[in-house]
Ligand binder design. Structure first.
Ligand code: AMP
Ligand code: GLY
Length: 419
């Protein structure tokens, strides 16, 4: 089979490595991939958002299957466009990807069908939002409606911060059109859990739970990032909570999307907060999480390509989705300064025996050498019998991977170990 994987981060590297376990995946093209992915797939310099370019390439190479992982191409209708030329895809069509593409859409969906989530008000007018903030409860959570590279959520502790967020989003167009409509949400408290799931629009099969570490600094200090590390499973997510989530959140979401004429096929990601009043949805993503994928897929005991094809062909019910009993930890090595300014072009050394465990995100090939090219450079994942061993081994690996200006958190997994 000739397969294209759209995207070029650590998540895509993890997807590609897992797909390759199936000998049917003879040729994998990564669009655009990156300097590290090049060891596992043929990288083609077509941007993940260049839908026309992706379609032309798929036609030219007569590809058999496409896996579309990032949010932007999904929201832009990459799957719709590929299906139009007859390429079967893993990933939702645009009318279902809107579950991530518009937070107002997903909030109204949850309200309409009674899926537990934070209470909220929607604003299309800055004056009205500012007036509401005069008496709104604090902290206030201000969210841009559309995609904003993971930066469209501000947790404002004071009225002034909340006002500032509204002004930046609605008047100064910090996130372009994505911020022309906003939500102001109730602040929820409790442990956060990420649950990725496979769904074909009818059946839903959750993957092992995980925990992200979003802040740049140790002990959850500093700026929000794309994610500085993950562990799986998430110890707060007990069997009882999982069953409750299935009944109150997962099944209703899938049925609701079906009922709305927007069947969701692909990976549906539930960002959950386990509050005193039960689990609530913080956000939906229409795709695999990054770096959640880097701990979830290494624990998958089944065949990823088979599962994905079952999703595409709406026969997920027939295919088992099972995970090994162990635990996994992924530590992200970033460039010092991320998520703000950082240097690039530093040579990276990865010991040969770690190659299988490294998922490359921000690196390029230069004169035959892998060099840093992004904020999050790579992640290293260890799978072990239990979480303490996975964490210990992942950090031992980090010590052996070298590049100038490397920065990483020292406490990935600490919170999970205390649970
Ligand atoms: P997002 O960019 O949507 O993933 O949100 C970023 C982070 O903001 C989440 O991981 C949560 O930690 C936090 N967050 C979002 N909504 C709420 C809320 N209603 N209450 C508390 N924290 C929230
Ligand atoms: N790690 C969070 C996300 O992928 O949105």
């Amino acid at each position: 089979m000739k397969i294209i994987v759209v995207g070029g981060g650590g998540r895509e590297h993890a997807v590609i490595k897992k797909l390759k376990e199936n000998p049917k995946a003879e040729t994998i093209f990564a669009l655009p991939g990156n300097g590290g992915i090049a060891a596992d797939a043929e990288c083609v310099n077509i941007a993940a958002t260049d839908i026309q370019g992706i379609v032309s390439f798929a036609k030219e190479k007569a590809v058999d299957y496409a896996v579309v992982t990032p949010d932007d191409p999904l929201v832009l209708g990459c799957v719709d466009a590929l299906e139009e030329i007859g390429v079967p895809c893993f990933g939702p069509r645009a009318n279902a990807a809107i579950i991530e593409g518009s937070k107002i859409f997903s909030k109204r969906l949850m309200q309409k069908y009674g899926i537990p989530t934070a209470a909220c008000e929607v604003f299309e007018d800055a004056d009205k939002a500012l007036a509401y903030l005069e008496t709104a409860p604090l902290p206030a959570v201000v969210k841009a409606d559309g995609l904003a590279l993971g930066k469209g959520v501000i947790i404002a502790q004071t009225r002034e911060e909340a006002r500032q967020a509204v002004i930046e989003m609605m008047r100064e167009n910090k996130f372009g059109k994505s911020g022309s409509r906003i939500l102001i949400e109730e602040f929820l408290e409790g442990p956060e859990v990420s649950v990725l799931s496979f769904t074909d629009g009818k059946t839903i099969k959750p993957m092992v739970s995980s925990m992200d570490h979003k802040r740049a600094g140790d002990h959850d200090t500093g700026l929000n990032t794309g994610g500085m590390g993950t562990v799986a499973p998430n110890p707060y997510y007990t069997k009882e909570i999982a069953e409750r989530c299935m009944q109150e959140i997962f099944l209703p979401t899938v049925r609701t999307m079906q009922a709305e004429g927007r069947p969701f096929k692909g990976c549906l990601y539930f960002g959950l907060m386990l509050t005193e009043k039960g689990p609530k949805v913080i956000e939906y993503n229409c795709r695999f999480g990054d770096p959640e994928t880097q701990v979830v897929l290494p624990l998958l005991s089944g065949d990823l390509l088979e599962i994905m094809q079952a999703v595409t062909e709406e026969r997920l019910e027939e295919v088992p989705v099972e995970f090994s009993d162990g635990a996994a930890c992924c530590v992200i090595m970033a460039s010092e300064g991320y998520p703000l300014k950082y240097g690039k072009g530093y040579p990276i050394t990865i010991p040969e025996d770690l190659r299988d465990k490294v998922y490359v995100a921000g690196a390029a090939q230069k004169d035959g050498q892998l060099v840093t090219s992004g904020g999050r450079v790579l992640g290293v994942t260890e799978v072990a019998e239990d979480l303490p061993a996975a964490v210990k081994n992942a950090y031992a690996d980090v010590e052996r991977i070298r590049f100038d200006n490397a920065y990483y958190r020292h406490d990935i997994g600490e919170r999970a170990l205390k649970a």
